[in-house]
Design a protein around this ligand. Structure first.
Ligand code: ATP
Ligand code: MG
Length: 229
């Protein structure tokens, strides 16, 4: 039988290799009982070469290929709403079942495939801007805020016009509705705002042209993000 194709990731530092392996296994276990979340399985971990081989997710694409496409990659509004709701539901499950945050929850690390019920999360490597090793024990609103910033506002200057598409606030709200599907009253707008501001202040996100330029624009509004009850 053919070897299953795999996605290999190599590390230069042992602590990154170990942290990624631990996080990946934890997330995979969480995904096994989830209706929304898929996580690629770890097939092999080579402790000498500092390499992890994952199950290859064939035909799955990073969410940015949908979000940054002028026509949302041809997905219908219903498909898009469903996808963003599912990202929220899956993130909530990851948080609840692992008691960890993802820590680098941007749209490169979320994979989707048309027709699939689930979304896949990848890249459980500590992000380079994580200042300390317990980065993934921070407040869950950090992941929520990261995602919202990417949906609403993280555009390179030449694509900035895409940020003003009217569907985007709707999709951000679908995400929130998925996350808070069982308890919409728990949504804490101040907490979200605090974490968005913190990310813009303290990570590379705020250093980009778009964030500086957009800081005072309506793209960073949170008043229209309350999940539907
Ligand atoms: N198991 C997988 N199957 C298919 N594609 C994958 C898988 N894991 C990751 N990818 C794709 O490869 C990309 C890079 O992987 P990952 O996010 O884990 O690395 P990274 O640390 O962000 O590395 P880089 O900075 O080089 O992108 C992901 O954005 C995703 O598109
Ligand atoms: Mg990545």
């Amino acid at each position: 039988m053919d070897e299953p194709s795999c996605f290999s990731k190599r590390f230069t530092e042992e602590w990154l290799f170990r942290a990624t392996l631990r996080n990946s296994l934890r997330a995979w276990v969480a995904s096994q009982r989830s209706s929304w979340l898929r996580v690629p399985q770890v097939l092999r971990a080579d402790h000498r070469e500092l390499r992890i081989d994952y199950e290859f997710l064939d035909g799955w694409h990073p969410l940015h290929t949908v979000l940054r496409d002028r026509a949302f990659a041809g997905l219908t509004e219903a498909e898009l709403t469903r996808t963003f709701w599912t990202v929220g539901a899956a993130l909530e499950e990851l948080h609840r079942r692992t008691h960890r945050i993802h820590g680098d929850f941007d749209f490169d690390n979320i994979l989707v495939k048309r027709g699939e019920e689930r979304v896949a999360f990848v890249d459980f490597t500590p992000p380079t801007y994580s200042a300390f090793r317990r980065y993934n024990q921070e407040n869950p609103y950090r992941d929520i805020a990261t995602f919202v910033i990417f949906v609403r506002a993280k555009y390179p200057p030449q694509l900035l016009y895409l940020a003003f598409r009217p569907l985007l606030p709707e999709l951000a709200r679908s995400f929130m509705s998925g996350y808070f599907r069982d308890a919409p009253a728990e949504y804490d707008r101040c907490m979200l705002e605090r974490h968005m501001n913190e990310l813009l202040r303290n990570t590379y996100l705020g250093k980009t042209f778009s964030a500086r330029y957009l800081r005072r624009s309506r793209l960073f509004r949170t008043d229209d993000l309350a999940p539907e009850s």
